[in-house]
Design a protein around this ligand. Structure first.
Ligand SMILES: C[S@@+](CC[C@H](N)C(=O)[O-])C[C@H]1O[C@@H](n2cnc3c(N)ncnc32)[C@H](O)[C@@H]1O
Length: 216
């Protein structure tokens, strides 16, 4: 799916971005695109983010909640995980999944450019496969919001499809998500009050990450 595809643009959302409304179709697409290996992706992301027991974590544009639910297992009973997404359907499916699995992750509707959380609440803010849904301006607004809700010293991890990466798998010919340039995201992070900015590729080679720490 490409973020320029008009079918993905919400008539209900007040935000700029490709908000998804077919939550079950999204899960099926991910399953097909990753050949059922999305669990390995989540493990890689949570390892990279160094999620630890007792932490407060936010997943921005959390989709159907799989990463936030996995993160809630890592933070344990003394930690808290929030997921926020602009899509009512994605949030609804995430809540139902969490209830079914007995996970404590809490999901709410909200937009990435105006996160519904107070300043300096989070130890870690994550976002996966979502920045390509945002405009250039929206990405900058989102990174600033991520910085705002992180405590000084808190961690940021943004993962997304990177420009120019090779596509493979059964959906490669018609599943064409948008993409981002890691150097652009890294520059945004530096400009928005992050230090120690690192970037690289995930094992799939198709996704890249930017990891950084909120300056004091
Ligand atoms: C491709 S999905 C990724 C979902 C999940 N993070 C994952 O890795 O599976 C992108 C998500 O971003 C959400 N989204 C798009 N624009 C948004 C915005 N401005 N604010 C919050 N969520 C947004 C969509 O509704 C969708 O759930």
């Amino acid at each position: 799916m490409n973020s320029d595809d008009p079918r993905l643009h919400s008539r209900r959302s007040k935000t700029v971005g490709a908000v998804l409304h077919s939550a079950a179709v999204y899960d099926l697409t991910v399953w097909l695109a990753t050949l059922g290996r999305d669990g390995a992706f989540r493990k890689e992301v949570l390892d990279l983010a160094r999620v630890a027991p007792g932490e407060t974590v936010l997943d921005v544009a959390c989709g159907t909640g799989n990463l936030a639910i996995a993160a809630s297992g890592r933070v344990g009973p003394t930690g808290t995980v929030y997921g926020v997404d602009a899509s009512t359907e994605m949030v609804g499916r995430a809540r139902r999944k969490a209830a079914r699995k007995g996970a404590t992750a809490a999901f709410s509707e909200g937009i990435a450019q105006q996160l519904p959380f107070p300043d300096a609440q989070m130890d870690l803010v994550l976002s996966t496969r979502a920045f390509h849904h945002l405009s250039t301006k929206g990405r900058a607004e989102c990174i600033r919001e991520m910085r705002r809700v992180l405590r000084p010293g808190g961690r940021l991890l943004v993962v997304d499809f990177i420009k120019g990466a090779r596509r493979h798998g059964p959906l490669a010919h018609f599943h064409r998500p948008g993409s981002v340039r890691l150097e652009d995201l890294a520059a945004l992070a530096k400009d928005s009050g992050f230090r120690g900015v690192e970037s690289g590729l995930l094992q799939s080679g198709r996704l890249g990450f930017v990891f950084a720490t909120a300056a004091s």
